[in-house]
Design a protein around this ligand. Structure first.
Ligand SMILES: Cc1ncc(COP(=O)(O)O)c(C=O)c1O
Length: 389
């Protein structure tokens, strides 16, 4: 089944709004990631910033080697709930962050030589006191852009992410065992290939001194048509040439097309065209739709004008732009109809907010083998209130 266009549970059985994650589709993604691991020996981490539904960590850790964290909270979640390797990176750390991360992380990656030098002693001391082994890495900026959207391009001019070659102090690498970069977003292996050429050109003197190199995320490995053979070739060639291990830390590829946001139409108002208002909110529940921006797919819908009834789909909040897009359906929408948005496991649950006090969607796990929908978490007034005072 392709979770991009259909779902195999009955949406009328879902109390909305709710994120529903299909465990079988996650399994299919993991099978692809497993092939990459088998054919290369590389290690693959889950980027928690994208998908952190820890209920499914027991399934994910059968394939994935650990997680990558962007904060002490994510690192702790990874340590406590995932239980394998924890790699942490943030653009900058405070001493309080270091004291926490040194206890929960196996690898701590710095974004500048200044932070590495300032915090090395503290991190080593804290880890030693906790009886914990900690390795250190540095994030480089490959100075090679593949992205077209500056918001998602860590190599865009003025980017604060990663050390540029001109600022790289090769004489200060004692204690550093890994290099890390991240410059891709939903891209294929050809983009990685060109990035690797750029990194090899700029850091050829540094690579042989590293135990591992982390190629970051943004590899759309589980998307139909992704060039898996090229990815495997790039990783194997890199490992052979430089004698280092390779890590990947995808978020999207792990949970791509495996989740849904199920909503209900509450009303249909007449503006310049019919506008259906659902019991969910675009900025609160799927903020990437506005941030990126993109038009999410709704199961059974067509492009405007393609089917007989065209309408806008909007959310509950006060924001005039709380609009998912324009769609067409075979019949006019009426209150009570379910709207099922696809590809809603990634960058959704981790980003939700309670703007306007709108209800947070429940989190539901679907097990296709038994056709079971299990409510993992429901949210209520306390979840709204407790963030405010
Ligand atoms: C450092 C780093 N690693 C991994 C990822 C995960 O990327 P994706 O979910 O696109 O695979 C990101 C995303 O922003 C990132 O910034």
């Amino acid at each position: 089944m392709n979770g991009r266009f259909a779902c195999r549970f009955d949406p009328d059985r879902v109390v909305t709004p709710a994120f529903v994650v299909d465990e079988g589709l996650l399994h299919d993604n993991l099978a692809i990631l497993d092939q990459v691991k088998e054919r290369t020996g590389c290690r693959i981490l889950l980027a928690l910033k994208c998908f952190a539904m820890f209920r499914v960590f027991p399934l994910l850790r059968q394939t994935l080697d650990g997680i990558c964290a962007s904060s002490p909270h994510e690192a702790r979640l990874g340590r406590e709930e995932f239980g394998r390797e924890v790699h942490s990176f943030a653009a900058a750390y405070s001493s309080g962050d270091i004291e926490q991360l040194a206890r929960t992380s196996d690898h701590l990656v710095f974004n500048s030589f200044a932070q590495w030098q300032r915090f090395r002693d503290l991190a080593e001391r804290t880890a030693r006191q906790a009886g914990h082994t900690l390795e250190f890495g540095l994030r480089i900026n490959p100075e090679h852009s593949e992205g077209t959207v500056p918001l998602y391009d860590p190599c865009a001019p003025g980017s604060r992410l990663g050390i540029r070659r001109a600022d790289f102090q090769s004489d200060k690498l004692a204690g550093i065992s890994g290099l890390h970069w991240h410059n891709l977003c939903e891209q294929d292996a050809d983009c990685l290939e060109r990035t690797v050429v750029a990194v090899e050109g700029a850091f050829a003197d540094v690579l042989p001194r590293m135990r591992y190199v982390n190629f970051g995320g943004g590899h759309h490995i589980t998307r139909e048509g992704y060039d898996l053979d090229l990815l495997v070739e790039i990783i194997n060639r890199f490992q052979d040439r430089w004698g280092t291990g390779v890590y990947l830390e995808p978020g999207e590829a792990v949970a791509l097309n495996s989740g849904y946001l199920v909503t209900t139409v509450l009303d249909v108002v007449q503006a310049d065209m019919p506008v259906a208002i659902m019991d969910a909110s675009v900025p609160a529940h799927m903020p990437d739709v506005l941030e990126m921006p993109y038009r999410p797919h709704i199961i059974g819908s067509g492009l405007p004008g393609e089917k007989s009834f065209t309408c806008r789909i909007g959310g509950l909040s006060c924001l005039a732009g709380d609009i998912a897009g324009e769609y067409s359906f075979t019949a006019p929408l009426v209150p009570g109809d379910r709207l099922v948005f696809t590809d809603m496991a990634i960058y959704t649950m981790v980003k939700t907010n309670t703007f306007n006090g709108v209800q947070l969607p429940s989190i539901i796990l679907y097990q296709p083998a038994t056709d079971t929908l299990t409510t993992v978490r429901k949210f209520g007034y306390a979840d709204f209130r407790d963030r405010l005072s």
